[in-house]
Design a protein around this ligand. Structure first.
Ligand code: ATP
Ligand code: MG
Length: 444
């Protein structure tokens, strides 16, 4: 792929309407384009990154045995009337009428729809647990959409739902998601802290938000630094192991301002371990028992012949918000360098030849390297523009391509000038370039 032929509309300067670095960068390198207030188109660079994040999110759902489905974005108001939320949800819900004058809505979340799907087919405890998820656009008519895709109106979310026979089994499901969320964020190179949270319009009794630290975050957080030393490496997909892991997290005080209690914080956390800062919510999990299954009549036959309402939980990850959250965590604003983890970088490597109108040899070399990299599953982009090398490097740093091959005066014979973003250049052969990049890919 040539940069000259790609749709990467880069701006010279930071757009003035953007207040935080993720929004600035996403507009600056043309990852997104606003289409109306809080609604965005995803351009190739942004879409590539979001799809890679989605892939990691999906892998970690599949790993704990959640089954993928796809529910529509448009829902009927009927099921929301059954649960009682049609009225409760208020103005954040975008309500639409179809040509038959039927009340429809653009789904802000899917508890009702999934409960309807469940109740129409699952009748016995023998089919439990059921864990289902989808990755789909949501619409919430936020009162103040801002910070680009971080708080927008239409956004891409992974939402999962669990159905169990008892509180005990439901807690097991909850803990599976708890672990899979920590793994997902770790894979994305993020340090996410689970925090006891309020349940809001979803409702329920048990809830955790997963928050990453960022100065520009909207949530004020109060936490115990020791939570960063915890590890999930030994957690197994077994009841006791998962329960122990969650308890280990819960022993450290970690809340957002909604749940903050000064006396408790000061009692539980010694001064040197206290951390008061800001964060971004990237995921949120809820346990709410029969909150939806009861009003909607989703029950199953129990072993003794009785019936009971199924116990449910729901589990969300903001896939599109994560693009911005990762930028907030990784972008070096001062030097204008973006450091995507290689697993989600838009390209693995940029090939930067010196372009000379009268001599195609550098570009030919770039093309050959490109084909060789492609054979080795390395996704490269060639900067074939006629800018000088240093402005090309600046641009590649801004986009956040983690590796660069520079084909200039230094690259002679089999040796190529190769460097990592912000690293020192080294002169090595292509086969070693491939080794280094693939090793990095495996690590991630
Ligand atoms: P917030 O507190 O940020 O408004 P929420 O608690 O309303 O979010 P949930 O219902 O828990 O959101 O949704 C699950 C996830 O979806 C959130 O953790 C977040 O990552 C993402 N999300 C929610 N609202 C938005 C939005 N307006 N724009 C982008 N992502 C969002
Ligand atoms: Mg939330």
């Amino acid at each position: 792929m040539y940069i000259s032929k790609s749709f990467i509309p880069i701006l010279k300067n930071n757009p003035s309407e953007a207040k935080i670095k993720s929004h600035q960068l996403m507009l600056r390198v043309g990852m997104i384009k606003q289409s109306s207030a809080g609604i965005y188109s995803w351009l190739p660079l942004g879409f590539k990154v979001m799809k890679k994040i989605e892939k990691i999110v999906r892998e970690e759902q599949d790993r704990i045995g959640v089954q993928e489905i796809l529910m529509p974005t448009i829902q009927s108001s009927e099921i929301w009337k059954e649960s009682g939320r049609y009225k409760d949800y208020g103005e954040e819900m975008l309500r639409i009428k179809d040509r038959q004058n039927r009340e429809m809505l653009y789904g802000p979340t899917n508890e009702e729809l999934i409960t309807d799907i469940f109740r129409s087919s699952i009748k016995s405890y023998k089919s439990l647990p059921q864990l289902l998820y989808h990755i789909q656009w949501k619409f919430r008519d936020e009162i103040r959409p801002r910070f680009g895709i971080m708080r927008c109106r239409e956004f891409y979310m992974k939402d999962a739902y669990s159905f169990d026979i008892s509180d005990e089994e439901a807690l097991f499901s909850y803990n599976k998601f708890f672990l899979s969320y920590l793994k997902t964020f770790k894979k994305l190179n993020l340090k996410a802290i689970p925090m006891a949270a309020e349940t809001g319009p979803i409702g329920g009794s048990l809830s955790h938000e997963f928050i990453i630290l960022a100065e520009t975050g909207e949530s004020k957080i109060f936490t115990d630094k020791r939570v960063f030393d915890l590890s999930i490496d030994n957690a197994k997909l077994e009841k006791q192991s998962l329960e122990n892991m969650r308890k280990e997290y819960e022993q450290y005080y970690s809340v957002t301002d909604e749940k903050f209690d000064k006396t408790e914080f000061e009692k539980k956390v010694s001064e040197k371990n206290r951390l008061i800062t800001k964060g971004i919510e990237v995921g949120h999990i809820f346990y709410f028992g029969a909150k939806y299954s009861k009003p909607m009549g989703a029950s199953v036959d129990l072993p003794g012949g009785k019936k009971d309402f199924v116990k449910m939980g729901s589990y969300g990850i903001g896939v599109s918000r994560l693009v911005g959250a990762i930028i907030e965590a990784k972008y070096d604003e001062k030097n204008e360098v973006m450091k995507w983890p290689i697993s989600i970088a838009p390209y693995h490597v940029a090939i930067i030849p010196m372009i000379n109108k009268n001599d195609n040899s550098q570009l030919d070399k770039a093309n050959n390297i490109f084909s060789e990299l492609k054979k080795n599953n390395i996704d490269a982009i060639i900067d074939d523009t006629d800018e000088n090398i240093s402005s090309k490097i600046k641009k590649i740093n801004l986009i956040g391509v983690p590796f660069q091959i520079i084909i200039g005066k230094q690259s002679v014979g089999d040796k190529l000038e190769f460097k990592e973003v912000e690293g020192e250049p080294q002169m090595i052969e292509l086969k070693d370039v491939i080794k280094i990049i693939n090793k990095q890919k495996e690590k991630n």
